[in-house]
Ligand binder design. Structure first.
Ligand SMILES: [Zn+2]
Length: 160
């Protein structure tokens, strides 16, 4: 799982070169940024990020400049284990283009209730602060990427 923390203003990531913690502002997640200490380029999160609080989830989806792919899952769910490595591929290949997060609906039951998640795994795409698409069931990485691109395309066109 990605070594990422959340604060009021963005994601806190460690520099791969010097270990310095840097903040990637939610509103500029897709921008190229450099480490404040050693000036090496910072890579955006390239692994799924586990969400541990509803407040973190709300801050990210309401302000992220990138589409946020949400995997609603639970530890006891077999198909969720099948989709996990596919999401890892998506996160690695789409780093800087989308953010992949995981919501354990046992741990964050309030989010499952709020979004009326009836089965898991459910994949949802958030753009511009709201849910723009969802699909239920396990999918291979290619299909997930296509699903997100199709969902996010009209949002990107509107904001241009
Ligand atoms: Zn650094």
């Amino acid at each position: 799982m990605a070594d990422v923390a959340f604060d009021d203003r963005g994601l806190i990531v460690s520099c791969a070169s010097c270990g310095q913690k840097n903040r990637l502002a939610y509103e500029r997640l897709g921008d190229e940024t450099r480490c404040g200490q050693c000036k090496q380029g910072l890579t955006p999160p390239a692994e799924p990020i586990e969400i541990h609080s509803t407040a973190d989830f709300d801050r990210l989806v309401s302000r992220s400049s990138l589409p946020v792919v949400v995997d609603y899952w639970a530890p006891w769910c077999g198909p969720c284990r099948m989709v996990a490595p596919e999401l890892k591929k998506v996160a690695a290949r789409q780093a800087g283009k989308m953010v992949v997060v995981k919501v354990n609906t046992d741990e964050l039951a309030d989010l499952g209730t709020r979004y009326n998640i009836r089965s898991i795994p459910t994949l949802a795409v958030f753009g511009g602060g709201k849910e723009i698409a969802r699909t239920a069931g396990a999918r291979p990485a290619d299909e997930i990427e296509r699903f997100v691109r199709q969902a996010a395309a009209p949002t990107a066109a509107r904001s241009r």
